[in-house]
Design a protein around this ligand. Structure first.
Ligand code: NAP
Length: 245
């Protein structure tokens, strides 16, 4: 059982999710991460979280599979007692021009990025409703707002996350549950390293601040949207893109 507030971060072992997890740990949360594999990087992240004072564990599961999502959330509730914050961060890309995207490229990206976010949220909602408190922060993307060549599947999934965010905010606001989205631009992680040159070129020239963002900068915004400083904000989408959009 946890004596602190509990934050769950999907895909928290690396990239943006790792910095989000560390931010919550440093702010006094117990932080749980959900990931597909427990590799060396994931183990190192859990050690860093513990060093920051958080009672942390990694739970393995695929957020796009309902039985795994339900099983993991049940295990977290058994171990920690409750959940206060859910950060839906896990996501994937399979970039290509639409004509070259296979049906399985399209299905995979929408299933993880959109359906995974929906299933995780659904699994946590009863707990949030019972305690009349919940903070949900979904990681969308600026390309869900403005589109991007080579990312038809991904931008559609991230636009879907925005519609989903606004609907959850309306359905559960009266239970003191807020649901917001952040829409990062081009952030330095493994994901942007893997983008095609075409997709990179389409974005890079247009960043007003002239540089990519860092996972830490995104983590600060995510934390703000889960903190008491933002308790009257819900159904909002905040871009963090150096002026790209
Ligand atoms: P990343 O470094 O690739 O990390 C993604 C994480 O999600 C990994 O830990 C990965 O686990 C996990 N994951 C993937 N599929 C999963 C599944 N089905 N179930 C559970 N976990 C899964 O990506 P990132 O750049 O930090 O991106 C984080 C989020 O920000 C994503 O939603 C992404 O779309 C969004 N975003 C990123 C950027 C950017 O520029 N980087 C911009 C806008 C939005 P494994 O490592 O085990 O595969």
């Amino acid at each position: 059982m946890s004596e602190k507030k509990v934050a769950v971060v999907t895909g928290g072992s690396r990239g943006i999710g790792k910095e989000v997890a560390l931010k919550f740990a440093r702010e006094g949360f117990d932080v749980v991460i959900i990931d597909l594999f427990e590799d060396e990087e994931a183990k190192a992240t859990v050690e860093e979280l513990k060093a920051a004072g958080s009672k942390s564990k990694i739970y393995l599961g695929d957020i796009s599979k309902e039985d795994q999502v339900d099983g993991v959330v049940e295990a977290i509730l058994k171990d920690y007692g409750t959940i206060h914050v859910l950060v839906n961060n896990a996501g994937i890309t399979k970039d290509n021009l639409l004509l070259r995207q296979t049906a399985s490229d399209i299905t995979a990206v929408i299933t993880v990025n959109l359906i995974g976010t929906m299933l995780m949220t659904k699994a946590c909602l009863r707990t949030f409703m019972r305690q009349k408190y919940g903070r949900i922060v979904n990681i969308s993307s600026v390309v869900g707002i403005i589109g991007n060549k080579g990312q038809a599947n991904y931008s559609a999934s991230k636009a879907g996350v925005i519609g989903f965010t606004k609907t959850v905010a309306q359905e559960y606001g009266k239970k003191n549950i807020t649901c917001n989205a952040v829409a990062p631009g081009f952030i330095e992680t493994r994901m942007t390293e893997a983008m095609t040159d075409e997709a990179k070129a389409a974005i890079a020239g247009n960043i007003s601040l002239g540089r990519y963002g860092t996972p830490k900068e995104v983590a600060n915004l995510v934390y703000f949207l889960a903190s008491d400083q933002s308790e009257y904000i819900t159904g909002e989408v905040i871009r963090i893109d150096g002026g790209l959009a």
